[in-house]
Design a protein around this ligand. Structure first.
Ligand SMILES: NC(=O)c1ccc[n+]([C@@H]2O[C@H](COP(=O)([O-])OP(=O)(O)OC[C@H]3O[C@@H](n4cnc5c(N)ncnc54)[C@H](OP(=O)(O)O)[C@@H]3O)[C@@H](O)[C@H]2O)c1
Length: 234
């Protein structure tokens, strides 16, 4: 039986992925701050889940991951789904700082820990949920978009550093119907169920990058080629 940890399994994409992994015969360590939601999820398959509630921005984050790995008796896959982002047109630093603490600092700590763990054991798979938002800047949530650009580049760097049998998958959703779907004019919104199914397929295929839904690849391509003199007017 394969072992996985999902960081951020209390709600949204992480929670859906947890159910899919269980159906595919994984034993799954689930994390997040809301213990009650983790316990509810565990009650659906008590033998297959191990709960470890912690805040990713707390100093003990990687100690908790180590403990969870020991309780699972191994680790094949770590999925980083925890993230935060809010509109911040007023550029309130307190708000931005919370985003940076989770999406940049804690993200880096968790990526470093899991990469080193998998490198030492000689195999393993990291999957992190970044975003199409990481491809260009925006006027309504600058820190969130910048933090996702950081994640995309960080994951690409890890992929270049990876040894044989260590895989890095960067999942870039457009919009998924969770509390995190930011913006006023949402389009091409995927359900959580559909998003998680697609992500699991990308994981099985050990893809480097996966867009959710697939048609967001078109937007990603357009975002990359549109010249600055046009993009700055949008
Ligand atoms: N939904 C979208 O449209 C969309 C689009 C692109 C990318 N994404 C990315 O997808 C990922 C998952 O988001 P989602 O859409 O599934 O939203 P969500 O339902 O709000 O899930 C966010 C997860 O992050 C966890 N989290 C937040 N702060 C945390 C902290 N300090 N420590 C530990 N865990 C924390 C939450 O758990 P607790 O609150 O229980 O701690 C929750 O499990 C995020 O990285 C997000 O940026 C989402």
């Amino acid at each position: 039986m394969k072992k996985a940890i999902i960081v951020g399994a209390t709600s949204g994409i992480g929670r859906e992925l947890a159910s899919i992994l269980i159906k595919n015969n994984f034993k799954v360590g689930i994390t997040g701050r809301r213990l009650k939601l983790l316990e509810q999820l565990k009650s659906t398959s008590p033998d297959k889940y191990i709960v470890k509630s912690f805040d990713c921005t707390a100093a003990s984050n990687t100690i908790k991951l180590r403990e969870l790995t020991d309780e699972l008796e191994g680790l094949d896959l770590l999925i980083m789904s925890s993230g935060r982002g809010h509109e911040n047109r007023q550029l309130n630093f307190e708000e931005d700082n919370k985003t940076i603490n989770l999406n940049v600092s804690a993200f880096t700590e968790i990526m470093n820990w899991s990469f080193n763990f998998f490198k030492n054991q000689g195999f393993g798979h990291i999957t992190a949920i970044s975003s199409v938002a990481g491809l260009r800047g925006t006027k309504f949530a600058p820190a969130y978009f910048a933090s996702k650009a950081y994640q995309i580049n960080y994951l690409e760097s890890l992929r270049k550093m990876a040894i044989k049998n260590v895989y890095i998958t960067d999942i870039r959703p457009g919009y998924v119907d969770t509390a995190m779907a930011l913006g006023d004019n949402l389009f091409w919104v995927s359900s959580k169920e559909k998003a998680a199914k697609q992500i699991f397929n990308y994981i099985k295929k050990k893809k480097d990058i996966g867009y959710v839904s697939k048609k967001w690849q078109i937007i990603a391509f357009a975002l990359k080629i549109v010249p600055n003199f046009i993009y700055k007017r949008v």
